[in-house]
Design a protein around this ligand. Structure first.
Ligand code: SF4
Ligand SMILES: [Zn+2]
Ligand SMILES: [Zn+2]
Length: 328
């Protein structure tokens, strides 16, 4: 199969877009599509400082790469979860993230418009690293076992910790936006799960942009939410981004992966189904179908750390980690 733009060998064929592209034109298309999503959903402006949550995987590193090539002020946050058994998953994912920063491929701006234009030098982004065992005394599996959360899996403790650390670091370091690398497959699996159970409150809050509705919370954005997982993987490969292929060992057999498998079968039979399901949901949401379910919780400052919480007294993070004093 040949690239539609230049007749080189195509590296990807996107049946739902009826579009096959070579590595170079695919990279340009992916960047242009991301910028369109940023503008369409009013995610952020060029003056804002963006914090990208990076895990060393294809989605988050591709997102960081695209934002840097587009010239946004995008720094990274890596959260070390201490998941190194049976394989050194956390250590390896930090290594891939550090390699990405050192490698510097993202210094090359998108050349689509004018190949001969001089490229503006890009300063190195900052990589913030928060190591959970070093900071709080236990790895995520250890705190999960200690608290018996998550019905055997540490995902509940992990999700709570990541959300807390991301929001807190963004606020403390002056970032107004927190960007995550969720792709279409991630979003559709969650949408499917919430729709199956008609969890209207969750549906009301699932969006490419969650505004910082209150002081003490950052705006959260998902610029890759319209790309299939294979498209973000193809972008990483086309750009030579070395990412961690292995999934977190605790993701094996979880419900989200089961829904992803089901939805992949649907997509094979009916290409474009996932994208249509998600975009039609966003259209309905945009028309206010779920507005009445979007109830804002009463928030106050956690008496230990000062972060916003709906729980009385200490927030869920401080209670789980038995934090008695956090230096503000
Ligand atoms: S699979 Fe669970 S434990 Fe692993 S990174 Fe995801 S939420 Fe955390
Ligand atoms: Zn081409
Ligand atoms: Zn707290």
């Amino acid at each position: 199969m040949r690239c539609r733009k230049c007749d080189e060998r195509a590296v990807i064929n996107m049946r739902h877009h009826k579009l096959a592209l070579c590595a170079e034109h695919y990279g340009e298309w992916f960047i242009a599509q991301t910028e369109r999503a940023i503008e369409k959903y009013k995610m952020f402006s060029r003056d804002e400082r963006i914090l990208v949550a990076v895990s060393g995987g294809k989605d988050s590193l591709s997102l960081w790469d695209v934002l840097l090539r587009l010239g946004y002020q995008a720094d990274g946050l890596y959260i070390g979860l201490g998941i190194n058994d049976p394989e050194p998953y956390s250590d390896l994912s930090l290594e891939k993230t550090r390699q990405f920063v050192a490698h510097g491929e993202w210094r090359v701006a998108n050349r689509a418009d004018n190949d001969s234009a001089p490229l503006a030098p890009r300063p190195s982004p900052i990589l913030h690293v928060v190591d959970i065992p070093a900071t709080y005394g236990k790895s995520i599996p250890e705190i999960s076992r200690a608290k018996a959360r998550g019905q055997g899996k540490p995902c509940s403790a992990c999700g709570l910790t990541k959300r807390y650390v991301m929001n807190r670091l963004a606020l403390e370091k002056g970032y107004t936006v927190l960007a995550t690398g969720h792709n279409l497959d991630d979003e559709v699996a969650v949408l499917f799960q919430n729709t199956l159970r008609w969890q209207t409150g969750y549906l009301a809050r699932q969006a490419p942009v969650l505004p910082a509705s209150r002081e003490g919370l950052t705006r959260k954005v998902k610029p890759l939410c319209r790309f299939y997982e294979r498209e973000t993987a193809a972008y990483a490969l086309a750009r030579g981004i070395d990412y961690i292929y292995a999934e977190c060992p605790h993701a094996v057999g979880n419900l989200t992966n089961f829904y992803k498998t089901l939805l992949n079968q649907l997509e094979t039979e009916s290409p474009g189904s996932k994208l249509a399901f998600y975009l039609e949901f966003l259209r309905a949401r945009g028309q206010g179908v779920f507005d009445k379910y979007n109830r804002a919780d009463e928030l106050h400052a956690c008496e230990t750390c000062g972060q916003p919480t709906s729980a009385p007294g200490r927030c869920a993070f401080c209670r789980m980690w038995d934090v008695s004093a956090i230096v503000r």
